[in-house]
Design a protein around this ligand. Sequence first.
Ligand SMILES: Cc1cc2nc3c(=O)[nH]c(=O)nc-3n(C[C@H](O)[C@H](O)[C@H](O)COP(=O)(O)OP(=O)(O)OC[C@H]3O[C@@H](n4cnc5c(N)ncnc54)[C@H](O)[C@@H]3O)c2cc1C
Length: 372
Amino acid sequence: MHDFAVIGLGAIGSATAAELVRRGHSVVGFDRYTPPHTMGSAHSDTRMIRAAWYHGSPYVPLVRDSHRLWNDLERSSGRTLLRTTGALMMGPEDGRVFAGGPLRGVARVGTGDLVLSVEEVVERFPWLRPAPGTVTIYEPGAAVLSLEACLEAMLEAAGAADLRFDERATGWSASASGVRVRTERGEYAARRLAIAAGAWTPHLLPELSLSLEVERTVQYWFEPAGTHADTLAEGPAWVWELEREGTWYGFPPSARGLKAGMHFQAGRGTDVERVDRAVGAAETEGLRRLFGRYAPGVAGALAHASVCLYTNTPDQDFILDRHPDHPGVVLFAGGSGHAFKFAPVLGSLMADLLTDELPRHAPPIFSIARFG
Ligand SMILES: Cc1cc2nc3c(=O)[nH]c(=O)nc-3n(C[C@H](O)[C@H](O)[C@H](O)COP(=O)(O)OP(=O)(O)OC[C@H]3O[C@@H](n4cnc5c(N)ncnc54)[C@H](O)[C@@H]3O)c2cc1C
């Protein structure tokens, strides 16, 4: 019997398996595909890690610890995992982000992040065209994670585990003597179980009403163009709340191109089994219009587009907790479009709960009980 079983080896499951192995435990892990793959939430080149978005919330120590852990993994894996590019958080003063949201009161925090006027933004980043009244926080220490390399490094770190790819878990059961995981190929016993199944969570845990919404979202890569094409790669990344269009983000170009998309468009719920994975021309035109208006001339021909999935909770906080009826089962769900940056620290929290060690960060905001 293994000490622990892990269902789902995407961002959080691979981090959990790696941490359990690091602590000397025997682990069996399952993924229905071979990660990194393009069917869930962990694909598409890059992810941002930034703290400014979270000022005033319990996420700040988590993001700081996670940044340190990514640096450690970069050193131990010998891979390039992250690049400091800086990031901009932009939006109207009375918008969701600045007025009632994560950046309220940011000017008082004194973190070294800069509050930039519209003129200062244009002076530093001449390819941007913020509308009058746009508030900008510039976080110079923010970084871009190389997603696939990060995932491979975590799976390598979990290499001593029995990792079973292309083996879908079809069910599980828990009793006083441990857990059993049924897969397409067999049945496995372990003392305890971690479930980190991303957008498939509602299928694996139908008995829990977790209020999860699976959202289809598209990432686009454009050829960098215009006179600023070379400097774009230096950064920054941006997350920009626009008054009418929604929250737009973009990344400094990678080898794949200049990546951009829309963040968190709640109310567009779908199911992972029937999501439309084709990207229509009209969708791409919507993104092009944003570039035309707010960063004219920098987005050339469309190089690639890819559908990715958010799994949203109603409050956008994660779920990381014990199963209410089975304390030996610990689950992560509801990444809500921002969990990747936290993967090492969330894997560590999962391991704390599984091994009954005192969590370094008690995560009451992640409790299942908040859904009543
Ligand atoms: C477009 C986009 C942009 C994003 N940008 C950012 C960003 O900039 N910064 C950031 O921090 N986060 C970002 N995120 C969010 C982040 O990528 C996700 O929150 C994170 O990947 C969620 O991790 P997860 O482990 O829950 O799910 P996943 O990484 O999807 O992993 C779930 C795994 O479970 C497996 N699985 C499911 N069911 C079964 C089963 N029955 N048996 C075996 N295996 C199973 C799946 O195959 C999958 O590999 C973004 C997400 C998207 C879609």
